[in-house]
Design a protein around this ligand. Sequence first.
Ligand SMILES: Cc1cc2nc3c(=O)[nH]c(=O)nc-3n(C[C@H](O)[C@H](O)[C@H](O)COP(=O)(O)O)c2cc1C
Length: 189
Amino acid sequence: MDFIEFITQRHSIPPKYLVAPAPSPDELHIIINSAESAPDHGSLKPWRFLVITRDQRQALSDLFVRALLHREPHTEPALQERERERALRPPMLIAAIARITPNHPKTPEIEQLLTAATATEHLMLGANYLGYGTVWLTGSRIYDRFVMDGLGLGTDERLIGMVNIGTAAPDMPERKPNRRTVTVDYWAG
Ligand SMILES: Cc1cc2nc3c(=O)[nH]c(=O)nc-3n(C[C@H](O)[C@H](O)[C@H](O)COP(=O)(O)O)c2cc1C
């Protein structure tokens, strides 16, 4: 597959269709290294990836549920279980973190966030290239300082997503193409 075909056909895999195997440690190294070439104004490298290993998933699910009950104390048990699943289910889970240098003279915070997001997409493309499925997920838990503190993020760090990685399940339904027809606009001045 050539590169244009590869990125044009890229799509996410819904979390319920991500199954084992996950990338090996060597593959994980390649995947995280894929982020290093993200365009980066001022070379601040304003991102960090935190791999949540299998051993820590129970702790993450506890953290998600504690945070949920902190936000919404009367959440019913079934929804608490769904919250747990988000931490327990994915074969591999990587927290994507933006590391913001406040008041940087050259690189405004918005650019640092954009670079962290681009690095995250690079990481996902690296995983896709190795044959793995990915999906970038957020939701209230991701923007919750309680969760960020629990993960050990510093005050200038922001969680920007949980990248779920695994192998696309064989029973994953065929995806309908969901792309817009490309139009090229030229500014008329
Ligand atoms: C910053 C960001 C946050 C996202 N958060 C969620 C989310 O919480 N839940 C969700 O279903 N999709 C979320 N998505 C969208 C999916 O990752 C995915 O892109 C979307 O389902 C469209 O599928 P596609 O990537 O195959 O086009 C998010 C995407 C981005 C870029």
